[in-house]
Design a binder for this molecule. Structure first.
Ligand code: ADP
Ligand code: MG
Length: 324
């Protein structure tokens, strides 16, 4: 099998009508039209074996995950995804791997009605790079720079489940087998909060998806919006499985653990009832976890408060690929 057979067999779906593109895989470029009154939202994420996923990861789950993390970026903008490209470096042509990978990838793509419109394929260390595009009504995107003083800070659901899976797999913690499996699902099969992201966009100011951990990701909002945040530790919802971890690891998993792909967003207090109603409608346990405050010179950007209002210091920051 050569490169072109591989693309034709695993990444081309010839007999399907394209819903979101005028021209898809097979030419020198794909073609599409952006809906009137909308902006194009574009994002890219690259996953490298040994760095973002375990080299022996289940290929079907990997196909899901590499698209899910890209979809999650569009969810955090409030955009509706439309199409994506897939660039693959493969050490060799392993048909069983390709079949499972493309199955996981297309299952999620079909669930969100998006098209694979092109990509690139080469030999090299296993690397999966996806570029994704979507549409957002002009002016409605939730930017990291749009947080306002006194905004509520929300998360779309419980945190720490994916981090607990990593702690278990790397031997930092021991979880009962059934609990570890539940955490694996959070790590391997994240569910991007797309419909919820689009629903809250008219009410929310700033948003991002929690990929590197709440503590580190909140800093991005602070830096872009020139503000600080106060987070009430006890209000941050934990994945139920964290009860099986020692207390310090519970805190680390929920406050600094990455890979959950829940949304963190800010919204004016006047939007509380709307947001609560939307969370309920979408079956999400969204929770208000803190408030946007002005940034004073001597305070940290992200302040974690215990139930008595005392500020707590932690040694963990966000994940940085050039430090970790
Ligand atoms: P070019 O020579 O113009 O770079 P390629 O030979 O790399 O084109 O690709 C041929 C066609 O197959 C193009 O339409 C490209 O977008 C598509 N393609 C290549 N790799 C992939 C992939 N992994 N997934 C989807 N489409 C792909
Ligand atoms: Mg090419």
């Amino acid at each position: 099998m050569n490169e072109f057979d591989l693309i034709a067999k695993y990444f081309t779906r010839p007999n399907r009508a394209l819903k979101n593109a005028d021209l898809g895989v097979g030419d020198d470029a794909a073609l599409m039209t952006v809906s009137a009154g909308h902006q194009l939202a574009v994002s890219a994420d690259m996953l490298v074996a040994g760095r973002h996923f375990f080299a022996d990861a289940d290929p079907e789950r990997l196909g899901h995950k590499c698209l899910a993390v890209n979809l999650s970026d569009l969810a955090a903008m409030g955009a509706k995804p439309t199409w994506f490209t897939l660039s693959l470096a493969l050490p060799s042509i392993d048909e069983a791997w390709l079949a499972a990978f493309s199955r996981g990838l297309f299952a999620l793509a079909d669930q969100h009605e998006i098209e694979l419109v092109g990509g690139d394929t080469t030999r090299g260390p296993l690397t999966i790079a996806i570029q994704i595009a979507g549409e957002v009504p002009t002016g409605q995107a939730m930017l990291r720079s749009h947080a306002q003083i006194d905004d509520d800070i929300w998360v779309s659901g419980p945190l720490g489940g994916a981090a607990a899976a990593v702690m278990h797999r790397t031997g930092r913690a021991q979880l009962p087998a059934e609990i570890a499996q539940q955490c694996d699902l959070r790590l391997d099969l994240p569910q991007p909060r797309l419909v919820f992201g689009q629903a809250i966009a008219p009410f929310a100011n700033a948003a991002l998806d929690i990929s590197d951990g709440l503590a580190g990701d909140l800093r991005h909002i602070c830096q872009r919006s020139q503000c600080a945040v106060q987070i009430w530790i006890a209000s941050v919802p934990s994945a139920a499985q964290l009860l099986h971890l020692p207390h310090e690891l519970q805190l680390e998993a929920k406050l600094a653990g990455g890979d959950d792909y829940e949304l963190c967003f800010t919204a004016p207090q006047s939007a509380r009832t709307n947001i609560e109603a939307l969370a309920q409608e979408h079956g999400l346990a969204a929770q208000r976890i803190g408030v946007i405050i002005p940034h004073g010179d001597s305070q940290p950007l992200v302040q974690f408060l215990d139930t008595t209002g005392q500020s707590m210091q932690f040694g963990f920051g966000g994940f940085d690929h050039f430090k970790n």
